[in-house]
Design a protein around this ligand. Structure first.
Ligand SMILES: Cc1ncc(COP(=O)(O)O)c(C=O)c1O
Length: 460
């Protein structure tokens, strides 16, 4: 049998020729991912920003050559993989940056090939139904009624403030000092008054201070929006949700819970109870590109009542003409602030169905257990100080007796040498190294190696 000719550069990904065109290209991509990873040889490229940028510029060459280069796919995928910070490497453990599941990445390819656009039914007949069903199911798991798809925690928080403003005609945000920066930023974007910042001296929102704030800043009922956090960015801590919900109810304040980080605990029998109180919120931010092993983007905003989303309604005759809607074509335009919108829900739907709740829960339990083991290692090592036991899978630690400058220098040296990606967080007015363990393949040996590496870098 003769081998088929290579696909022409202008072959389409879908249609009858699509699979035949894609298959060899996928081989090229998978090969280049592998050669790039080997060339990197560690969790991130060595040499720091200038060296990485120079290598990338060399690989890229002329950006828009007069005549095309058939090797571009291999060259650029290799270059990107060689220069990646790879969350699948156990020593890449800084941020809420997860290694995506293969099955989710494969599903995402299908979304890319089919290219449904979720702003009108005639561009996404099945995808729109899939999105409606899966978002509702995820919202129900959080104790709410419905959810919309977003690009991540930032967009979800922004949307939560917008819904609150629209349903109450002007609101003021009250958030903890531990809240994600996207919350005050959303208040700024929406032209809301300066938020009230409630102290969080031990990393979670202080209840007595919240009570004082709600008493002192009292306005018309519902004009205050309290934002609590279930899984802080820096330490993975969970605000006391039931107590905060009780205070909001007593003061007539609206409650938003940013569970972008901690929302994945909902899948776990062992850890779900940490999210008790979530169901009392008016809106909840969820984000499965953190503790959910999804390729970016996989955000959601869940709402208490389906009608809460009505304020997003828009009319554009080319997408949702009244007579089309009246004759039964679903109106999708009110399910986002965006217009053209990819079918990000497919990878999530495939993941939920492939692993099931217990499969996802097992991944959650596993990374939480690894974090606990890492905390034990740190605690038992005389050369390190542990901030606290992990609540989710974030462990903060620092070399004992080091200055903040020395802690920062350790992190930068590991980054520059391409040996480990650790984060940084300031708590108790001291700088800590941060590990967020999201890789379910990390082994106990990897944790020991990580600590040894930091020890060697501190004293080296
Ligand atoms: C608690 C929390 N909320 C919101 C966000 C923002 O999410 P995204 O980066 O997906 O916009 C983050 C990001 O780390 C986060 O930790």
């Amino acid at each position: 049998m003769s081998t088929p000719p290579p696909p022409t550069p202008r072959a389409l990904a879908s249609g009858p020729e699509g699979p035949g065109a894609l298959r060899p290209l996928l081989d090229t991509v998978l090969g280049a991912l592998d050669t790039g990873r080997r060339a990197r040889g560690g969790p991130l490229p060595a040499g720091g920003p200038e060296a990485v940028a120079a290598r990338l510029r060399d690989a890229l060459g002329e950006i828009l050559p007069e005549h095309g280069d058939p090797q571009a796919l291999r060259t650029l995928v290799h270059a990107l993989a060689e220069g990646a910070a790879d969350p699948a490497d156990p020593l890449c453990a800084a941020h809420l940056h997860c290694p995506p599941l293969a099955v989710a990445a494969a599903a995402d390819l299908a979304a890319t090939v089919l290219n449904p656009s979720l702003d009108s039914w005639d561009q996404a007949p099945a995808a729109s139904e899939l999105e409606a069903l899966v978002t509702r199911e995820l919202a129900h798991r959080a104790g709410l009624a419905d959810a919309v798809v977003t690009t991540g925690g930032t967009e979800s928080n922004h949307l939560a403030l917008l819904l609150a403003r629209e349903s109450h005609g002007g609101i003021r945000l009250v958030h903890g000092a531990n809240a994600h920066h996207s919350l005050p930023r959303a208040a700024w974007l929406l032209g809301l008054p300066e938020p009230v910042v409630v102290p969080a001296p031990s990393g979670t929102l202080d209840l007595a201070a919240l009570h004082r704030a709600l008493t002192d800043v009292a306005g018309p009922r519902g004009s205050l929006l309290v934002a609590a956090t279930a899984g802080t960015t820096d330490a993975g801590l969970i605000d006391p949700l039931p107590e905060i919900a009780g205070l909001c109810a007593a003061h007539g304040a609206r409650l938003h819970i940013d569970a972008a980080h901690g929302g994945g605990l909902l899948f776990s029998d062992r850890h779900r109870a940490k999210l008790t109180g979530l169901e009392a919120a008016h809106t909840v931010t969820l984000d499965l590109h953190k503790l959910g092993w999804q390729p970016i983007a996989a955000g959601l905003l869940a709402v208490r009542h389906p009608r809460d989303l009505d304020v997003l309604h828009q009319h554009a005759d080319y997408l949702n003409a009244d007579d089309d809607t009246a004759s039964g074509l679903p109106d999708l335009l009110g399910r986002s602030l965006r217009t053209t919108r990819r079918a990000d829900i497919l990878k999530t739907a495939v993941t939920l169905k492939t692993l099931g709740r217990t499969g996802l829960g097992a991944l959650v339990d596993h990374v939480c257990a690894r974090a606990s083991e890492f905390a034990d290692l740190v605690h038992d090592h005389p050369g390190f100080e542990l901030y606290d036991r992990p609540v989710i899978s974030t462990v903060l630690f620092r070399p004992a007796d080091a200055t903040d400058d020395a802690v920062a220098a350790v992190r930068r040296r590991l980054l520059t040498e391409g040996r480990a990606v650790l984060g940084r967080a300031r708590l108790d007015d001291r700088l800590w190294l941060k590990t967020t363990l999201l890789n379910p393949d990390t082994r106990p040996d990897d944790l020991a190696a990580l600590l040894k590496l930091v020890e060697g870098t501190t004293h080296g």
